[in-house]
Design a protein around this ligand. Structure first.
Ligand SMILES: Cc1ncc(C[n+]2csc(CCOP(=O)(O)OP(=O)(O)O)c2C)c(N)n1
Ligand SMILES: [Mg+2]
Length: 577
């Protein structure tokens, strides 16, 4: 029997290293899914919401480095993929989306569920191919695979049902995927950089996700230059742990001496980072060199004095022998001391945590960090979960920290953790969820986790609020509005769905509850932790407009009869200000 286009599709995807396809079947996709069933080598992960499937795939693909497939059927099934694909693009995850498409005889007739894939996916994807003729199939599928893997991002194969089930051309060679090339700046540029470094009295390093494979080289350079090392949220997991030069993060989540080091150095090396908050980066007072594999990242957040394109590992390996060792440790010591001081401040609500009700999120996160295994993978929802993860979850050589760091979508953590659990079965995968995020996307697919007995631990920061936005509104001088809501008892909901549910209200129970949750190996756990909605985290550097905004908001709240909130905000954060 002749192979169909859909058979060829799965064969090529399997050859490219695809192990899983997350999604929902139906309509235009039926022939595609029938071929997946026949193929039998790629696992189909049926989720209850396509977006959940993509967020799972993002973590799966980002950490394994293998391409992962997601699918949604024509029209509405396809549109549900979009937010996750944006996330894949921003986080750099190789995802191939198979988008069901109306039959070719209906294209451009405003048919039921018809969607123009080129227009629709344009913003999210690195490549969109629409297969309207079996002769095209190999080229389109090949391009989608190679682009996703080499350029690390999402691509789309839009597949009308009639083409999927038609006969493939007789000979379909497998695709060959090149390995990503090693790129580094030329020797003259590296010499210029070496001289700039030699001439600088003090050097600071700020690293991002581009340092993922270059931890040893960054640390070696920092040691040689006596340079403090700060990092973005995405860089933290690669650069913070076991690094004697680590000085924390900058930005609104910032802690430690990072802000001052970056803004006070003679020369700043921006390594593999596209940190988007320009106001936390220095202006013209500091000389800046930026090195990145992606030239689009260079110079767009702050103007730089030297721009170099290259992989961090190869670039720093070539640079290292050419820079002179520095001996003056004063700049480094000063910022390490600031980092230690800040750590004491951060620990206040951790140390006092057992005696404070409602539960302080700092205490909850720090306890989780202490009890989780050395190779745990932590995922934070966009929201206050990011604040507590950035500050209180400790990294490690085999620990991983992940979130929707660059796209900043809500509701990513539970599906991220689910995808990671499928990729690394048995490893602790822990989602720190917002209650808004959990009820937005995670609740329905808790059923998926239960069905698969997936050992995912989700800890819900139950603050009955879109708390991060509440804080944002106050920083901007507004009276908080539209941020409060009521929750069910999530632990009981989880139990009703077949998961293990733990309701956590007493600070004295935090340690035992988390230990119990981590020890459970029969399937998913939901810890419904009632936490203090007034807990704030103040950054190491507070921009003036934030201070003004907060003051204005508190004044407005006082004047409109919300004195109770004002008092709680002040009372419950008094040790931070
Ligand atoms: C899909 C989406 N919608 C809205 C936002 C804007 N937003 C960012 S954080 C946040 C609040 C999150 O609330 P919750 O999940 O309860 O977490 P909390 O901050 O309360 O811990 C909102 C609405 C977003 N980033 N993504
Ligand atoms: Mg909340």
């Amino acid at each position: 029997m002749a192979k169909s286009v859909a058979d060829v599709l799965w064969e090529m995807l399997e050859n490219a290293g695809v192990k899983r396809c997350y999604g929902i079947v139906g309509d235009a996709l039926n022939p595609v899914i029938d071929a997946l069933r026949r193929n039998g080598k790629i696992e189909f992960v049926h989720v209850r919401h396509e977006e959940y499937g993509v967020f799972a795939a993002v973590a799966d693909a980002y950490f394994t480095g293998h391409p992962v497939v997601v699918c949604g059927t024509a029209g509405p099934g396809v549109t549900h993929l979009f937010n996750g694909l944006m996330d894949a693009r921003k986080e750099g995850a190789p995802i191939i989306a198979i988008a069901g498409d109306v039959e070719t005889k209906l294209i451009d007739t405003a048919a039921l569920e018809e969607l123009n894939p080129y227009k629709f996916f344009d913003t999210a994807c690195l490549y969109v191919g629409r297969v309207v003729n079996p002769e095209q199939a190999r080229a389109v599928i090949n391009t989608a695979i190679v682009t996703a893997v080499i350029d690390r991002g999402p691509t789309v194969i839009s597949m009308p049902g009639d083409i999927a089930s038609s006969d493939a051309p007789s000979r379909v060679p497998a695709s060959t995927i090149a390995r990503a090339p090693v790129v580094r700046p030329d020797d003259a540029d590296l010499q210029t950089l070496a001289r700039m470094i030699d001439n600088a009295k003090s050097v600071a390093i700020f690293g991002g996700d581009g340092c993922r494979d270059a931890r040893d080289e960054v640390l070696a350079l920092a040691t040689r230059l006596k340079a403090p090392v700060g990092y973005s949220f995405r860089g933290k997991q690669w650069l913070e742990h076991d690094n004697p030069n680590a000085v924390g993060m900058t930005g609104l989540l910032g802690y430690g001496g990072a802000y001052n080091a970056i803004n006070g150095a003679d020369l700043l090396l921006l390594l593999g980072t596209d940190f988007p908050f320009s106001e936390f980066l220095p202006g013209n007072d500091v000389k800046k060199v930026q090195i990145d594999r992606n030239p689009k990242h260079i110079g767009r957040r702050t103007a730089v004095d030297l721009a170099l394109v290259g992989d961090m590992k190869a670039t720093l390996a070539s640079l290292l022998p050419n820079v002179k060792e520095k001996s003056d440790t004063r700049f480094l010591e000063k910022h390490l001391a600031q980092t230690r001081e800040f750590a004491e401040l951060l620990n206040h609500y951790v140390d006092k945590g057992p005696g404070i009700k409602p539960i302080r999120p700092e205490f909850l996160a720090a306890t989780l960090s202490e009890l989780a295994s050395d190779d745990a993978m932590f995922f934070a929802d966009t929201g206050t979960a990011c604040m507590w993860m950035a500050r209180h979850i400790k990294g490690g050589a085999n620990r991983r920290l992940f979130g929707s760091f660059s796209w900043a979508s809500m509701a990513n953590a539970a599906p991220n953790a689910f995808g990671a659990q499928l990729a690394y079965p048995g490893r602790q995968t822990i989602a720190l969820c917002g209650d808004g995020g959990f009820s937005m996307l995670a609740l329905g697919d808790l059923a998926t986790q239960v069905q698969r007995k997936a050992c995912v631990l989700q800890i819900i920061l139950n603050n009955e609020s879109l708390d991060f936005v509440n804080i944002e509104q106050q920083e901007a001088g507004f009276i908080p509005f539209g941020t409060d809501f009521k929750n069910p008892n999530f632990a009981r909901v989880a139990e009703a769905m077949g998961a293990k549910g733990i309701r956590l209200e007493e600070p004295g129970d935090v340690k035992d509850a988390i230990a119990e949750a981590l020890a459970y190996k029969e399937g998913p756990v939901v810890v419904d932790a009632v936490v203090d909605p007034f807990a704030l985290s103040l950054p190491a550097h507070v921009p003036l407009h934030t201070v003004k905004g907060y003051t204005l908001s508190l004044a407005k709240q006082a004047l409109t009869g919300k004195m109770d909130s004002v008092i709680k905000t002040i009372e419950r954060n008094v040790r931070l200000v």
